[in-house]
Design a protein around this ligand. Structure first.
Ligand code: COD
Length: 276
């Protein structure tokens, strides 16, 4: 595998590259300010760029031209790499809607937990939330979860016409229920606690296959998702890997403040999913 990193001039990213080289999982094309990239290895090539925009475009072109297999965001804004991936001339879109999917390993939860969309779609409407759910299910299945249990989150488990996210969650769940043979069980609205805690679900008398045992949480907005993501990392000791789903090539988007460990997790997650 060859990974093109846009904005590789960053100590944390270089630590990730070093660790990945030690593990022998990838070769790298490093795009960024060459004077700040001190690594030397036969398995890396440094391509000097003079702006963040140029780094994003050159790295994207490397995957478009098949010089690299994976595109990874380094030290540049998330919006910039997302806008670059969306450029029509690159023809990187495989689905109508691209979305961010993060996979968590949380000490207090007994299995991986997928959360989407915490970093790309800002305030998805019903149709977009359905596509976000499809994309997350596809990732879960690639990770070996045969029939993922999906909770469409709100702040409550009953529809409240005054709370838009609860109404939309019910509509998204109804859409999936119309296909009973589908590859996932989707329910909503569910509040965070009754999606992931059997005790909380029992307490509220929620009888559901998903409640208390979710594999996937679909959040109503980027703000809710981003705050949940960062709470899990900072307060719950979670490890996380993040990718963009719906693109023809794997795209890794970890937050700039993520640790080297979490960025390496994103890379390992992506390499593991290729070809599945
Ligand atoms: N999937 C497919 N196509 C899309 C998507 C998507 N998710 N988003 C936009 N498009 C298409 C539109 O249909 C249009 O054709 C074109 O792309 C441009 O659309 P705009 O003008 O809405 O898109 P942009 O380029 O202004 O913004 C797209 C972003 C993804 C950059 C934007 O939604 C964004 O800023 N998201 C939040 C990113 C962020 O700040 N994350 C931080 C958390 S760490």
């Amino acid at each position: 595998m060859t990974v093109a990193i846009a904005g590789a001039d960053d100590p944390v990213i270089l630590e990730v590259v070093e660790q990945a080289l030690e593990l022998g999982i990838a070769n790298f094309l490093l795009f960024g300010q060459a004077e700040s990239i001190s690594l030397q290895s036969p398995n890396i090539r440094i391509i000097a760029t003079s702006s963040e925009q140029e780094a994003a475009e050159k790295a994207a072109e490397a995957v478009v031209n098949k010089e690299a297999d994976i595109l990874m965001k380094g030290n540049l804004p998330t919006g910039l790499i997302l806008k670059t991936v969306l450029k029509r001339e690159y023809q990187l879109r495989a689905k109508d809607l691209l979305s961010h999917v993060s996979v968590f390993e949380i000490p207090a939860y007994d299995k991986p937990l997928i959360i989407s969309d915490v970093a790309m779609n800002i305030a998805p409407n019903e149709e977009e939330q359905i596509q976000i759910t499809h994309n997350a299910i596809e990732v879960a299945r690639k990770l070996g979860i045969k029939k993922p249990k999906v909770a469409i989150l709100s702040a409550v488990e009953k529809e409240n016409p005054k709370m838009h996210s609860s109404v939309q969650a019910a509509q998204v769940a109804a859409y999936f229920k119309a296909f009973p043979d589908s590859e996932a069980t989707v329910e909503g609205p569910l509040a965070f606690d009754n999606a992931i805690s059997k005790t909380a679900a029992l307490h509220k008398n929620i009888v559901s296959e998903v409640a208390g045992d979710a594999d996937i949480l679909i959040v109503p907005t980027i703000e809710a998702g981003n705050i949940l993501y960062k709470s899990l990392v900072y307060f719950a000791g979670a490890r996380v890997g993040g990718i963009i789903a719906g693109v023809k090539v794997p795209v890794i988007i970890a937050s700039r403040s993520d640790s080297a460990d979490n960025k390496l997790a994103s890379l390992i997650l992506t390499v593991g999913m290729i070809g599945k």
